[in-house]
Design a binder for this molecule. Structure first.
Ligand code: AGP
Length: 606
């Protein structure tokens, strides 16, 4: 769960390499470092802290050289120390390596290398690779051969990149179960864990597949297969994201920017070609069972999907958290799995896809990052087009995934005649109006939400409640509150409350309720019962409500009242405002909002 980067150029690369690491920092951010090669000498500077902190300590931008590799780390094996941060040097300083993933057999390799006299400087699994390659080089005197020999010794997952003073014009890199992408520039080339690492410099990229390795110079690259050594031909693709979307654009945090991006994100989701939506709809129709998976936020997105399938298609779709999928799912070749992932790199979700594929089930995914592993693993993919989501916590990507699921479901509903053509048209009219309403609501209500959040910062315990499709919205909103504010927050179905959790209600816990529009009579009625239950025990209740909801107004201690919208998009509007609420609570608590402690954006490890 780290970021790898590398640049080969005819000019000094330190500043751009550092900038590239900054753009990958969301993947991991407890330490970082650069290795730069000049005059047959590899200089490594690294330390603990954020990219900017390490730059201040180590003056990374002062490094001179036209070729270099960098790494931003999120510790797994070995604590957060300078020694454990990457790059790692081989004992005789001939090679520097950066690694993302886990070498599962590193203990055996380490023992073997120690027996040969190697002195390890770190406690990481990664360092073995630097020594393996140096030892292999001593035998074959050829960097490419030594690189392959080292790759053939390691087990587990890797995105790995190597600098060697024996071949000062090339970066050697390879991948297995961990992403690595080449960026093709003018007179300079890049490698990175994902396209954010070079988006600012080029929009031409090539994805490496598992068991590929690449040799990259400033104006050429070769991709080959590790086992056969055969050249692999690949067509570059063009990245359609606008580089400006990776900037904060005047917002204090990416999270805030990404919340305010959502009207645009909605438009992008609605622009996805209907034929693609229909393609997925058809796959779902033809499947016997359609499993939905995701993890963390995307699990809640999948549950939103479950409610939509039930509501519009009268079809139950099992939803399983990706990490538990293999424990309970029994598939056949007539079944399918629909995976949801912003990054397209989440280990648990990749494993769920592998598991489904082992039954010959069909697979599909909704993914945001182009060229990501999941986008390439599945039979059918819908690219969200939400643009880069930089903040570690997901807002706009999850929002877009929900809209896409909504589109898919109403597409199936039309074909299967659960809705008429006229209803379908009305749904689309409402979806198309939604971005404007959302934008106006964000602008009008932001100040008010901020004030309510400010009053709430002393609250350490939160309950988030919702009925029906508002239940996964409550769960997701509780997760948002936990992630950014570090406060205890629990989400649950409103009707579940009285089965135990009610015992917790006192004046120290605050409850947030997602109230549906009053015309959603059944859901609305049940939600109000839950509010009454909390109020009757002296609890404080905040609510998201819609205009003209007099009953809720009388019951709630605080409410954020939103304009009346169609029931299709009402839960989404409340979710966006809950994102904003959590953001402001975290802001007043002085949290590290874009990079909350202990979290990383892409969780590429088990
Ligand atoms: C979201 O705010 C979280 N940071 C996390 O739960 C995330 O949604 C989860 O790790 C899945 O990531 P993915 O969408 O990239 O697969």
């Amino acid at each position: 769960m780290c970021g790898i980067s590398g640049i080969v150029s005819s000019e000094n690369i330190a500043k751009d390499l550092l900038n590239s690491l900054r753009c990958l920092e969301y993947r991991g951010y407890d330490s970082c470092g650069l290795a730069v090669l000049k005059d047959k000498k590899i200089i490594v500077r690294k330390n603990i802290g954020t990219v900017d902190e390490v730059n201040a300590k180590e003056r990374l931008t002062h490094l001179m050289g036209n070729i270099g590799i960098g790494h931003t780390r999120w510790a797994t094996h070995g604590g957060v120390t300078k020694e454990n941060s990457h790059p790692h040097l081989s004992m005789n300083n001939q090679f520097a390596i950066v690694h993302n993933g886990i070498f599962s057999n590193y203990q055996e390799l380490k023992e073997e290398l120690v027996d040969k006299g190697v002195k390890f400087l770190s406690l990481t699994d990664s360092e073995v690779f630097a020594h393996l390659i140096e030892h292999a080089y001593e035998v074959c005197q050829d960097v490419e051969k030594a690189f392959i020999a080292a790759l053939q010794r390691v087990e587990g997952s890797y995105g790995v990149a190597v600098l060697s003073y024996h071949e000062p014009q090339y970066i050697f890199c390879a991948k297995k179960d961990s992403p690595l992408i080449l960026g093709l520039g003018e007179g300079r080339n890049f490698i990175a864990s994902d396209i954010n690492g070079f988006l600012e410099y080029t929009n031409k990229a090539i994805t490496l597949d598992d068991d590929d390795y690449a040799i990259v110079s400033k104006d050429k690259y070769w991709i080959k297969n590790i086992a056969t050594g055969q050249k692999v031909r690949k067509k570059p693709f063009t990245i359609e994201w606008d580089v400006e979307t990776t900037k904060k654009g005047g917002y204090r945090h990416y999270m805030l920017k990404e919340i305010f991006d959502q009207p645009h994100t909605a438009k992008q989701a609605l622009k996805i070609e209907r034929s693609r939506i229909q393609g997925l709809a058809q796959m779902i129709q033809q499947s016997q069972n359609c499993y939905l998976v995701g993890v963390g936020t995307t699990y809640y997105v999948a549950i939103v999907g479950q409610y939509l399938f039930a509501q519009f298609l009268h079809r139950h779709v099992p939803v399983i958290s990706s990490d538990e999928f293999h424990q309970t799912a029994i598939l056949s070749e007539n079944d399918m799995l629909l995976a949801i992932s912003q990054s397209g790199e989440t280990y648990d979700t990749k494993m769920a896809i592998n598991y489904a594929q082992s039954f010959d089930a069909k697979t599909a995914a909704i993914v945001n990052v182009m060229g990501s592993s999941i986008s390439m693993m599945v039979d059918q993919v819908i690219m969200q087009g939400s643009g880069p989501e930089i903040c570690v916590v997901s807002t706009k990507a999850a929002f877009s995934q929900m809209l896409i699921l909504l589109r898919v479901v109403i597409e199936v509903a039309r074909v299967q005649k659960y809705i008429t053509d006229d209803e379908y048209t009305v749904f689309y009219e409402n979806l198309n109006d939604f971005p404007t309403i959302l934008e106006a609501t964000l602008n009008e209500q932001s100040g008010f939400v901020r004030n309510i959040a400010r009053e709430a910062i002393h609250v350490h315990n939160w309950l988030f409640l919702g009925c029906g499709v508002y239940f996964p919205i409550a769960m997701e909103s509780a997760l948002k509150m936990k992630e950014v504010s570090y406060m205890h927050a629990e989400g649950m179905p409103a009707g579940f409350l009285k089965h135990g959790t009610l015992a917790m209600i006192d004046d120290k816990i605050n409850t947030v309720v997602f109230v549906p529009p009053p015309d959603q009579k059944e859901l609305y009625g049940r939600t109000l019962v839950a509010i009454e239950e909390v109020k009757a025990r002296g609890g404080t209740v905040f609510g998201f409500t819609f205009d003209e909801d007099k009953k809720s107004e009388q019951l709630l201690d605080r409410m954020i009242c939103l304009p009346k919208v169609h029931y299709l998009v009402a839960p989404l509007l409340e979710m966006v405002m809950a994102q904003l609420f959590s953001y402001y609570v975290a802001l007043d608590l002085g949290r590290n909002i874009d990079k909350p402690r202990n979290l990383a954006k892409s969780v590429t490890v088990a």
